[in-house]
Design a binder for this molecule. Sequence first.
Ligand code: C6P
Length: 410
Amino acid sequence: MGCTRLAQEVRQDFPVLQRKVNNHPLVYFDNAATTQKPRQVIEALRHYYETYNANVHRGVHTLAAQATEAYEEAHKAVARFVNAPSWREIVFTRNATESLNLVAYAWGLRRLRPGDRVLTTLMEHHSNLVPWQQITRRVGAHLDFADITEDGRLDLDDLFGKLTEQTRVVTLTLASNVLGTVNPVKEIARKAHEVGAIVVVDAAQAAPHMPIDVQDLGVDFLAVSGHKMMGPTGIGFLWGREELLEDMDPFLYGGEMIHEVWPDRATWNELPWKFEAGTPNIAGGIGLQAAVAYLDRIGMDRVEACERELTAYALEKLLAFPGLTLYGPKDTRDRLGVLSFTLEGIHPHDIASILDLHGVAVRSGSHCAQPLMRRLGIEGTARISLYLYNTPEEVDRAVEALQKVREIFR
Ligand code: C6P
């Protein structure tokens, strides 16, 4: 299997994958929550702190100049990673959550009017739902929801039926953190633009696993978390179309984001600094650049192809498992290796706890997607989520552990 070869190539780069959990070699299948970090990322952080730690955009001394250059280079690397037309369109944030809040507050609060409509989906993570609940409530706009189909895909008829002349924002996830579904964002963006809506994309789950080209997608904003793509925690980014970002007021106010300040007023810095108030997460940005370089070296096409192969293998095993219900597409068409399931009569937390006893780390619960759980009529699922360092043997280990779960609860 090609995925085995890639995993073999990269595994030694991830120190944590060498450890044992409960006397078993760790099988890390919680990659949708956060991924493990390669030595290259850890080393980039260490190198920064040990040799050129300084604040950015403030000092003229050598260390400050080096830190500033590295931090700006990180924006440029991220811009290339998503094929942004300009690196000034990349705003570093803490995570996808903050990126989505930035759009909701800095664009939505000012632009939405009473009676306007924001269209989203029932498969959103709370991060792309709750900010819009708040903003639509504050301005008197409506929040509409596109449903999902029985096989866990987006119901496009429903979505397009709810897209009206009043729709000002279409905001949706590129890939679901529960169902694994990859949504046809390019087609949706085209239709949304026809009615004059902007398109906001939550790419927290998609960006680590597939090539992202914001120009090809034809969207307006795209939110990503660094920690789900091998970067450090506390760093993420928002890509936005330059003319929209230029036209927006800042999200947070203070140092760094200003151009000139008088006692009674201020003017704003140029992009992207206008949206990066205060001392930024410099180390995080540098670590994120190392993560992007790592993924670039492998190639996102290869990452996607290898993960699809492993996902097919895992799907086959899980679908054949007695009493298991899988949520989301049952084949690898337009889906990622996020595999949510329940086992008849067994609580998802019990599944996860017993898997952990066998060294297998999976997530259980509602995955910050409670409206989706309600729609599916369940309280939660267990979730296996794969990444490029995982192997078919690890899938076998998880399935063997699932058999133990069944034996315990029989
Ligand atoms: N999902 C999961 O286990 P943050 O927390 O800001 O880095 O990412 C938020 C987020 C936004 N959108 C999607 C689709 C996501 O999956 C997540 C994070 C994790 O599924 C943690 S809840």
